[in-house]
Design a protein around this ligand. Structure first.
Ligand SMILES: [Zn+2]
Ligand SMILES: [Zn+2]
Length: 109
């Protein structure tokens, strides 16, 4: 019989290694239910507040001067919190230019 390693879960139960404990399955189900949402990418309420304040100060698209609706990251933050919150990396864009910027980034990949 091969030795089956076991581990002690943080909830106090002994479970086989590689298997999820009941408490983890429950936690995972709860996380999955909340997904997909923007919070996972860092777009939480703090961001929506900061975004609104930024658009108040910079209400015009940097490309065309139309009303800006999006705060764009000049350098894609790719989940990097520092880059994400660096205001010098932000620019106001209208919906049209936000989309075209994103598309050209996709193309250059
Ligand atoms: Zn557990
Ligand atoms: Zn524009």
């Amino acid at each position: 019989m091969p030795f089956k390693p076991r581990r002690l879960c943080s909830c106090g139960k002994i479970v086989s290694t590689g298997e999820l404990c009941a408490c983890q399955i429950k936690r995972k189900a709860e996380t999955d239910r909340r997904r997909p949402n923007a919070n996972d990418r860092g777009y939480d309420s703090a961001w929506s507040k900061a975004r609104r304040a930024f658009l108040d100060k910079h209400p015009h698209c940097v490309m065309c001067g139309k009303p800006a609706v999006v705060v764009d990251h000049k350098t894609p933050h790719r989940g990097d919190r520092t880059k994400f919150w660096d205001k010098s990396n932000w620019q106001p864009l209208c919906a049209h230019h936000h989309n075209s910027t994103k598309q050209s980034l996709e193309r250059s990949k």
